[in-house]
Ligand binder design. Structure first.
Ligand code: FAD
Length: 382
């Protein structure tokens, strides 16, 4: 066991928690430092449950039964009202359910909220994190699990920032009971798509507000990809109802009224009826820019980048959360037998994780460009 080994994790969302629970499972002492002073809660909803997430739960000793809602098939809706069905079993879950399950498994006394990392130092075989409140923490390993705007990445790779991919995702959630029975019958227990020129929309059912999997208490989760020009259109899309320009997303309840109206009108014009009804039933739609990010290195002596801090695959891969789990599983696997050579172990870990990140990044771009056409092609073929 590695009881004398200490890891400091920056970021207490999914990557931070996956890494935290798995390093604890191999005997490391782990402290997580999260900048938010509040309990984190979902800004979106749906996550496709992938095998890496189930594996991480199993290794950490967290129950992995009943993690989501099973869909038995895909429906591709057609403009003429017909439906192409394709059998495909998938389990769909929610960010909240995964976060709460991991958080309940990680000890409160080692999960520090309101701790914003501002700087790092590597020295004498150790690494020190420096926080905005003037406190410090020192360990054998520091994991940057601080997401798309990662401070750890900004310090170590200052020129690597997320890039706008040419389109946004409008998103929304509808309580099962709020949708008319005819539309609900099409959407329930299925992954449903409608693809049309330069755009596509999809939906699936996810656990309800209180993680409920009970029929009638769950939620429909939809995502609609729409192209916008980065210079002439995106700034308006990312301006909230108080006139504040946001970097990457507008949370539920904060979309500007005129934009929300436009989006709803556009939905009535271009979507097929079941999706028109789904959007009409959505109380607080929200929007996020689709981003690309990939880094050339994930290890810097005793510092490792994981999750969205290193690679942001496009959502079509459904891999952001599973990659976070895969990074953490591999890290624990590598460190379990490393005796005292953490540096060599991290180098070994980096090779595979870079390859995984690159693969998902490229695959996501290919999928996005095939379905969204104009902007993707322009951007990447230039
Ligand atoms: C509150 C929240 C809700 C989300 N909801 C969804 C969802 O519903 N569906 C979905 O698909 N994805 C959601 N995501 C994104 C999803 O978690 C990621 O895409 C993916 O799981 C990889 O997670 P991550 O932990 O690498 O990054 P993130 O989830 O982005 O987490 C990064 C964490 O680091 C913290 N942090 C950043 N900078 C610092 C710093 N300097 N010091 C300390 N802490 C710092 C952030 O506050 C954040 O909690 C959500 C993320 C968050 C933070």
């Amino acid at each position: 066991m590695n009881v004398d080994r200490r890891a400091i994790i920056i970021g207490g969302s999914l990557s931070g928690l996956f890494t935290g629970v798995l390093l604890r499972s191999i005997g490391w002492q782990v402290d997580i430092y999260e900048r938010s002073p509040h309990t984190l809660s979902s800004r979106g909803g749906g996550v496709v449950l992938q095998p890496d997430v189930v594996e991480a739960f199993a290794i950490a000793g967290i129950s992995y039964q009943n993690l989501g809602v099973d869909a038995k098939e895909r429906y591709y809706l057609q403009r003429d009202g017909s439906i192409q069905a394709m059998p495909m079993r998938q389990t769909l879950t929610s960010w909240n359910l995964l976060y709460n399950s991991l958080r309940r498994h990680f000890p409160d006394e080692h999960y520090h909220q309101g701790k914003r990392l501002t700087n790092l130092q590597q020295h004498d075989g150790q690494v020190t994190a420096i926080f905005a409140d003037g406190t410090q923490a020192t360990g054998d390993l520091l994991v940057g699990a601080d997401g798309l705007s990662s401070t750890v990445r900004q310090i170590l790779l200052p020129t690597y920032d997320p890039m706008y991919a040419g389109y946004v995702a409008y998103r929304g959630l509808v309580d099962e009971r709020e949708l008319d029975p005819e539309t609900a019958a099409i959407m329930t227990e299925r992954f449903v798509f409608y693809q049309f020129r330069n755009s596509h929309i999809l939906q699936y059912v996810i656990p309800g507000k209180n993680e409920s999997l009970v029929l009638g208490e769950r939620r429909f989760n939809w995502v609609w990809y729409v192209n916008y020009d980065e210079t002439t259109e995106l700034p308006r899309i990312l301006t909230d109802k108080n006139g504040k320009q946001r970097n990457y997303s507008i949370p539920p309840g904060m979309m500007a009224n005129d934009l929300e109206r436009e989006m709803r009108d556009y939905a009535q014009k271009v979507l097929v009826e079941p999706f028109q009804k789904l959007i009409a039933a959505t109380e607080e739609p929200f929007v996020q820019a689709i981003l690309d990010l990939g880094v050339p290195n994930m290890v810097f002596k005793r510092i490792a980048l994981v999750g969205d801090a290193a690679f942001i695959p496009r959502p079509h891969t459904a891999a952001s959360v599973s990659k976070a789990a895969a990074n953490a599983i591999a890290l624990a696997d590598t460190l379990v037998d490393c005796d005292h050579n953490v540096l060599d172990a991290l180098k070994t870990w980096e090779l595979d994780q870079l390859a995984l990140g690159m693969h998902l990044w490229k695959r996501g771009r290919d999928l996005g460009e095939t379905s969204q056409f104009i902007y993707g092609k322009k951007r990447w073929k230039e």
